[in-house]
Design a protein around this ligand. Structure first.
Ligand SMILES: [Mg+2]
Length: 153
């Protein structure tokens, strides 16, 4: 039987690490569920606020360090300790972290949040959809995007 190698290549998943920064447990579960539904196999790391995310990215604690660094961050805005905008400011100031692509996923429809986020070079600002179905669709679109991109080793 002829094996179509092209299909194998097309379905290969780029195994870049992804970091989700989110304080809401239900939202974390929803992202994990949407990953599963869309067959997204990339390792997903979770930080519960900006401070925790910076610690993981800077690898201060070897146990929680993310190696290699994630190429994609999914970022909530409203979080305790350090919110998303403050986290972005720190990220963009850090030479090792400043080029990571960040997608904001938030319930905040505030114009000031959108302006601040784009000024800090986010790749996209996504309002959290209300239904699981549209959420799964959103994650599918994101997955198509990062599958399409080439990243340095
Ligand atoms: Mg939140």
């Amino acid at each position: 039987m002829h094996v179509n190698n092209q299909n194998v290549t097309m379905s290969q998943t780029r195994m870049i690490n992804i970091l989700l920064v989110e304080d809401d447990e239900v939202d974390v579960m929803n992202v994990k569920r949407a990953f599963k539904k869309n067959n997204v196999l990339n390792p997903l790391f979770v930080a519960n606020n900006g401070l925790e995310a910076l610690e993981m990215l800077r690898g201060k604690n070897p146990e929680s360090a993310i190696i290699p660094l994630p190429r994609i961050i999914l970022l909530d805005l409203n979080m305790p300790k350090m919110g998303g905008i403050e986290f972005l400011r720190e990220l963009r100031k850090d030479d090792r972290l400043k080029n990571i692509s960040v997608f904001v996923m938030t319930t905040s429809n505030e114009d000031s949040d959108k302006v601040n986020a784009y000024n800090l070079n986010v790749a996209g600002y996504i309002l959290k959809p209300l239904s699981m179905e549209s959420f799964i669709h959103a994650v599918s679109t994101l997955n198509n995007y990062w599958q399409l991109c080439e990243y340095p080793d």
